[in-house]
Design a protein around this ligand. Sequence first.
Ligand code: BG6
Length: 476
Amino acid sequence: MPLKAPPDQDIVIVGATGDLAQRKLIPALYNLHRQKLLPEKGQIIGAAPFEWDDQRFRDLAESAVKEFSRTPLQKTIFASFAERLHFVPLPADGDLSPLGSASTLDRRIAYLAVPPSAFTSLIEGIKTAGLVEGTSIIIEKPFGHDLKSAEELNRTLHDVVPEQRIFRIDHYMGKETVQNLLVFRFGNSLFERVWNREAIARVEITVAESIGVDGRGKLYEEIGAIRDIVQNHMFQVLSLVAMDPPLSFDAEAIRNEKVKVLESIQPIHPHDVVRGQYTEGTVDGEKVVGYRQEADVSPTSTTETYAALRLHLESWRWSGVPFLLRTGKRLPTRDTRVVITFHDVPLHLFKTAGVHTLHRNRLVVRIQPDEGIALSFVAKQPGPEVTAQAVDMNFNYGDSFKTSPPEAYERLLHDALEGDHTLFIREDEVEHGWAAVEPVIEAPPPITFYPAGRWGPEDAARIASPSHWDESVGSV
Ligand code: BG6
């Protein structure tokens, strides 16, 4: 169905002068405006504790669009976009009542683009300012830092607005390639029938980044890779890879199945977890410092910048299939992918012909970059002898669709304005995700080190044992 303009409403960005607003939200809203996918009537109200006026906010928006938009700024389009932009200075005590007089429509959506420590007071502030009626709330991960704090945050939210008016963003759900997991699995009759323990030997999910902590040392010190990536982005991918077919494409039907996957994660054994931290090294030909030397990081820090985990799902479909998850910063390259490895053939017929190993079938879903899917199978190499070689059937987004996908935030903001929850994280998803990593967070195994530019600590190889990680992404 083609997207349409959502119902009339104001969009309030609390924290409008911050990084998230400039890099992601304002450029995404500009692109939605350009495609006529913002409400016909409705202002974009930026709010922050600064004495700014509308013009200053419009100037900030202009430079944000110039620098970060996926499409270049077009003067006439930006001029009409800028007419929507208004700024409301907030008092330092966090009182949100000035927003009441600024928002003139009955319906508004408030994006809390602020550090997580400010969530609770702002959510309560919406109530105190008498803005509950007609307000929906968007918040970004992290949703708490453990199970208890996530439950508290959910209680605070529910005290102000019902779940139907809460949109928890995990930007991985806005990625085309992540959404395609559902279409690929349930739109093709070929794959779903082999999508289980009978046919699949293991599932690997990798989120590799070549960047370091990117100036976020202070924040990262308190988070680490398990909280930053595993509990949210990787669990979202995991739940789409492992879920059962939903009853329909309806938001609740899909989220019900995703939750069951998270609920089925068996308690993680410490032996099945490796936590690593990068030391100095070379990435992309450039020398980089170790994590402990990054700004605002303790020289004795034990925060993990790498994590590898082996999970098991207690379900009929997946019993006995290992799910191997790994993520890290300062790895050799940026690469997010899911690799499904199928079982060996039951009988190796070509041994007598001198073929000693047969590659297993593999399905590689490249989430980013180089978005696409490859299926590898064994073929006879031309020639008089019997030689079996692995070859790939490859689908590439760019080649097939000849278009660049919209930014994750465009899709997510549009869906939130429409009130469509499909791509947003439900309260129980958050809580089951935290419950699954709780044992590792409470008793983290010791840190092992890896030089920047390598595929994590050597110790991580044992997580994938007896085989190794998909060799095309690199093994340690
Ligand atoms: C964020 C994490 O949620 O996702 C960052 O906090 C990480 O540490 C980023 O770099 C990765 O996002 P993407 O879209 O580049 O894979």
